[in-house]
Write a protein that binds this ligand. Sequence first.
Ligand SMILES: [Zn+2]
Length: 577
Amino acid sequence: MRLFIIIFLLFAFQGASAQKIGQLITPFEKDNNHTATYEEAIAYYQQLADSSPLVRIVKEGLTDSGKPLHTVIISTKPYTSRSEVKADNDKAVLLINNAIHAGEPCGVDASMMLARELATTHKELLKEVVVVIIPFYNIGGVLNRNSHTRANQNGPASYGFRGNARNYDLNRDFIKCDTENARSFAEIFKKWAPDVFVDNHTSNGADYQYTLTLIPTQSDKLASPMADYMDKVLLPDLYAAMKKTNYEMTPYVYARTTPDEGIRAFLDSPRFSSGYAALYNTFSFMPETHMLKPFADRVRSTHTFLHAMLGHINIHKKAIQLARTNGYLEIQTERKLDIDWVLDPSKHDSILFKGYTAEKIPSKVTGGERLYYNHDKPFEKQIPYFKYYKPTQTVDIPKTYILPQSYRHLADLMRIHGVEVEVMTEDKDIDIEQYKIVDFKTGSAPYEGHYLHSGVEVEKYNTQVQYKKGDFMISTNQVAVQYIVHVLEPQAKDSFFAWNYFDSILQQKEHFSAYVFEDRAWELLQNDASLKAAFEKKKMEDEEFAKNSYQQLDFIYHHSPHYEKTHRVYPVGRMMW
Ligand SMILES: [Zn+2]
């Protein structure tokens, strides 16, 4: 009898909660200056999932905080991966990421409202799309809640912190992957292989009339079928859709001075979320709401943008997927890839911009001049939009990269990012191209846990290497081709080399004792006429060198068989076609 009552109550409760799903209210909707806490949001999604067959909440990999990431999947069928979606009707997948910067939580609350609507009033938006939401990405930051660290932001009353549990900025960690967050994210990204990716933010910087600004992945980085679709169809459609709402949108206001002198497009290299996603031919975006607008408007504009995006994908799913496929085919056919870019100041578009007049007034604090955006003097005028980047480095894509097994931690990392790595089954001599690192610069202060290298110069030569059973062959004939090239080419802006994964090759391990080497150096000079000539020439041309006996011995050492052959030799081989 007691069991019967319990079962009855259970059914009664489920029935009641199913009926109530449309009335589930988010903490933000109850208080417009409140962003949901971690516990509130997870409980809310759990309630949604308990009440609707269209919503599921899944625990994913761990984060540095010790808590796992969650995904909330909203779809007409209970898909658990992209491969299941593909096998069924190949709907598009939209992945939405929130609170990567936990002090910028607009997406957290916008996504909660969206999820409820998709399960109730807006089921039609699931017709061609599977929506996957990461409720919180930077969980450590979300749990580190306070009311002060966003000094210039207009609400909410309290919010999380930018750094994660180990004080990393997760929006610089997609390639170097110092955090468990980034590794767990890569698994989610691999599982869902999204067509479109949105990573929600709040901006700092200038003042202007718009609540919502947008960073699309910089299109000069994209294969031309994707760049064309982005610039000619997707972006114009999104701007037009937003213009019909209360939240007209502008490109992200990235200005050298004030916006009326022009704004620049942001180059989202692969360390950033959208730059990482673009490596997989995913159309990717970072909406940035304006920090001075009330939190309620920031949440609602983000929510409106997500609706606009879903509206577009539902209509244009086939074109989006075709552009992605053709982008991939173009890269595989051309076998060339740009790996670094610089803004092209010689070209710009012109956009209509709604700003506030920037004035200089005396500062009460410093007595000097301060910048002031005068809200009594709004303006609407054409401003230059510098949105073009030109490549500064282009590489020929090899057929295969070969990674010695001593770097198996990198093979493991690449596998997390969806790379198929083949293990050699026998010893083999292989003709390859190899790089020697000729020059590079290193930052003088720690940046995201590293001393980042830049300005890398290499010398390329052909050689034969005796590879061993167990070494790794990484074919470029796979979906992750752009990721592979960007991490393994040392000159790429966010390569493993740049992020210090190969620093050990930069240090010479053996040296000489000057007083002992003197005799050997003399012998070498007597027996090698060309070395002697080079040595004398150097002494003639370089006054410092001519006075420094250690430098002179070191010169001879470097040109002798004693100098270690592996110093500065980049160990990744390039097997060409
Ligand atoms: Zn941000």
